[in-house]
Design a protein around this ligand. Structure first.
Ligand code: G3P
Ligand code: CA
Length: 252
């Protein structure tokens, strides 16, 4: 009896640790990223801003209030001001932790099989200065193949692409708006919708694929959202809980 076996090759989404393993560790601390690596994340995500003296620091919010014991606006403080505060104790599993600067994260990924997704955030006072500084910093590290630049601002992605044509980019989308068809400007490699976008319009992933763009989706933690992304064949999935999300992806 000859039994015919048919194999379906399913490519699971790569798991990207959003702000590190940020459910279990304070976001944007070295401990959050080390845990993500230990949990086998394929990628790490971080947000960057400029300090008043032009240093690239990894902080999501415009101000320090939520994620440190400091006060004030990141871009109004110098690196040494920012370094005075504790970025870990606010978290329920937190211990005192130092401010993370991008250079440290670049050193962490160096030589490892992991991608780093760097999202530029935009204090109004710096017009694409953060992208310029990012390019300058990346040049020192020679990690281009591991880096993916991201932003919600098409202007920022365009400015980055002009300076670093070999580094991949994601245009993040909170809503599809003018990109509903799936076609993106040529300076964006991947499309980056929030998972809320796909819940309403799951066919978007296929439209984007036909237009030549694989999808990076944020932020995907619930079993329903993980299953949705897997079933739609998204390429990258950003999650706050990489180990749990991997488990969900590989369960049956
Ligand atoms: O990974 C993209 C996602 O991080 C965008 O939203 O606010 O978490 O930076 P936010
Ligand atoms: Ca982000």
């Amino acid at each position: 009896v000859v039994q015919e076996l048919s194999f379906v090759l399913v490519q699971l989404p790569s798991v990207v640790a959003h702000r590190g393993a940020s459910t279990d560790r304070p976001e944007h601390t070295i401990g959050a990223y080390e845990l993500a690596l230990k949990e086998g994340a394929d990628g790490l995500e971080c947000d960057i801003r400029l300090s008043r003296d032009g240093e690239i620091v990894c902080v999501h919010d415009r101000t320090l209030t939520r994620t440190s014991n400091g006060r004030g606006t990141v871009s109004a403080l110098t690196l040494s001001d920012l370094q005075k505060y504790d970025y870990g104790s606010w978290h329920r599993h937190g211990q005192p932790a130092e401010l993370l600067v991008l250079d440290q994260l670049l050193e962490l990924v160096k030589g490892k099989n992991v991608q780093l997704f760097v999202e530029t955030k935009h204090p109004v006072r710096y017009r694409n200065e953060v992208e310029r500084k990012l390019v300058e910093t990346l040049k020192k590290h020679d990690l281009d193949a591991q880096i993916v630049m991201m932003s919600f601002s098409p202007t920022a992605v365009k400015a980055f692409r002009e300076q670093a044509p070999d580094i991949r980019t994601v245009l993040l989308l909170d809503r599809l708006g003018r990109y509903r068809s799936g076609v993106l400007p040529s300076f964006a490699d991947y499309t980056g919708p929030g998972v809320h976008v796909l819940r309403n319009d799951p066919e978007y992933v296929e439209r984007a694929r036909r237009a030549g763009h694989e999808t990076y989706v944020w932020t995907v933690d619930s079993p329903e959202d993980v299953a949705l992304c897997r079933d739609l064949g998204v390429r990258y999935l950003a999650t706050n809980a990489p180990a749990n999300t991997r488990r969900l992806l590989t369960a049956n």
